[in-house]
Design a protein around this ligand. Structure first.
Ligand code: ADP
Ligand code: MG
Length: 213
C-alpha cells in the first residue's frame, strides 16, 4: 500500500534523515513522537502533499514523483482520505451537505449506520458552525470514510474528543479498515491510542523506529 524509502526533510532544522516505512493492506500504523518532531510533516509527505528533500514514496506500487499529474489527482481524489488535526468542513452548510459533497465526488453512498456509530445522526441537518468541536471532528471523519478510501491518513484524529469518544472513534476507524481492506496511518502523541494499531513507530532524534512497550 505504502512504501517510503530514505526520506529526509528539513525546514529550519533537519527533522528526519533517511527514514523508511512500509504499510500493508489492512495494516494500522501509528506514529508517535513529541511535538515538533516532524510527525505532521511526515504525514504530509506520505499523503502526497509535500515533497521531501530526498527520498521516494510509492503508493499502490506507484512512485508518486514519477506518475502523471492526472494519476496523482486520481489517487488524491479516490484512493486516499485525510483526517487533519484541524478539520476543513464547509462552514455555512449542514453536516449532511458536507457528507453529500464527498459522496457525490466519490460516487458512494452516505452510510446511515456510520452516522449512528459516530453519534452525529441527530445533528446531521444542523449547520456546521452550530456543532461542537468534537461533533465537527466526527463529521469530518464521516466525510473521509464516505469517500471509501484505501488508505486513511490521520493527524491527531481524536484531538478534540474526550477519552471515551476517542477510543470509540478509533474503533470505528479500525473496523472501517478491516471491512474495506484499507490501511491507516495515524499520527498521535497519545501512546494508549497508538497501541490500538498493529504497528507503532516512534519519530525521535531524526529517526523512525519500531516502538514496543
Ligand atoms: P509535529 O507534528 O511532530 O508536532 P511538525 O511536523 O508539525 O511536528 O513540525 C516540525 C517542525 O517543522 C516544527 O518546528 C515546525 O515549526 C516546522 N515546520 C512544519 N511545517 C513547516 C513549514 N511549512 N515551514 C516551515 N517550518 C515548518
Ligand atoms: Mg503535528
Amino acid at each position: 500500500m505504502i512504501k517510503a524509502y530514505n526520506l529526509s526533510h528539513s525546514f529550519d532544522y533537519e527533522l528526519f534523515n533517511n527514514i523508511s516505512l512500509s504499510v500493508k493492506p489492512k495494516e494500522k500504523v501509528s506514529i508517535i513522537g513529541v511535538s515538533g518532531s516532524g510527525k505532521s510533516t511526515l504525514l504530509h509527505i506520505l499523503s502526497t502533499f509535500l515533497k521531501p528533500n530526498s527520498g521516494e514514496v510509492y503508493l499502490f506500487n506507484k512512485n508518486i514523483y514519477e506518475i502523471k499529474e492526472k494519476e496523482l489527482i486520481e489517487i488524491r481524489k479516490n484512493k486516499i482520505g485525510i483526517i487533519f488535526q484541524f478539520h476543513y468542513l464547509f462552514n455555512g452548510f449542514s453536516a449532511y451537505d458536507n457528507l453529500k459533497v464527498a459522496s457525490l465526488l466519490a460516487e458512494t453512498k452516505i452510510d446511515e449506520n456510520l452516522l449512528k456509530r459516530l453519534k452525529i445522526e441527530d445533528v446531521i441537518n444542523q449547520n456546521i458552525q452550530t456543532l461542537s468541536g468534537g461533533q465537527q471532528q466526527r463529521v469530518s471523519i464521516a466525510r473521509v470514510l464516505t469517500k471509501k478510501p484505501k488508505i486513511i491518513f490521520a493527524d491527531e484524529p481524536t484531538g478534540n474528543l474526550d477519552r471515551n469518544t476517542a477510543f470509540e472513534v478509533m474503533g470505528i476507524l479500525e473496523e472501517y479498515c478491516n471491512e474495506n481492506n484499507a490501511s491507516l496511518v495515524m499520527v498521535t502523541h497519545d501512546e494508549e491510542l497508538a497501541k490500538k494499531c498493529d504497528t507503532i513507530y516512534k519519530l525521535e532524534n531524526k529517526q523512525l523506529k519500531k516502538w514496543t512497550t
